[in-house]
Design a protein around this ligand. Structure first.
Ligand SMILES: [Zn+2]
Length: 137
């Protein structure tokens, strides 16, 4: 009995290998992000009106599948590289921003603000509600 199942599994795997041969067939970072985002969006889609959530989820997962099954391997690989470069760029920019500025909120109206780091205690005036307060940066 076990032998038959093994054979069947092997055949199925061979079929899959044949099907995937010459295709991109990779769950690269871009595909993973799209599928995960798609799943998250589909979970929250009930709170998003007009089927936008469902549509977005279908598009994201559909595009990931399309990339997975695509026979044009190099363009797909390039897409992933570009995606990774973009992520690195965004991360670096965030890192720089965080090092040069300190972000905080106005205690009275919660307006987001930033001030250069390392200036010690500064007097801040909120642009939104003109509340004044002391902040250590
Ligand atoms: Zn304020």
């Amino acid at each position: 009995m076990q032998g038959i199942w093994m054979q069947r599994l092997l055949k199925l795997y061979q079929k899959y290998a044949q099907f995937i041969r010459g295709r991109y067939g990779r769950w690269d970072q871009l595909n993973k992000v799209m599928v995960i985002t798609g799943l998250v969006v589909s979970i929250f889609s009930r709170w998003i009106s007009y089927y936008i959530g469902d549509l977005l989820a279908v598009i994201l997962v559909g595009f990931a599948l399309y990339r997975f099954l695509s026979k044009r391997i190099y363009p797909r690989s390039n897409e992933n590289q570009k995606f990774l470069q973009l992520v690195t760029k965004i991360r670096q920019r965030d890192f720089k921003l965080d090092r040069t500025y300190r972000h905080f909120k106005c205690p009275s109206c919660k307006q987001k603000m930033r001030a250069p780091r390392g200036k010690g205690k500064i007097k801040v005036t909120c642009k939104n509600c003109h509340t004044q307060f002391i902040k250590k940066v």
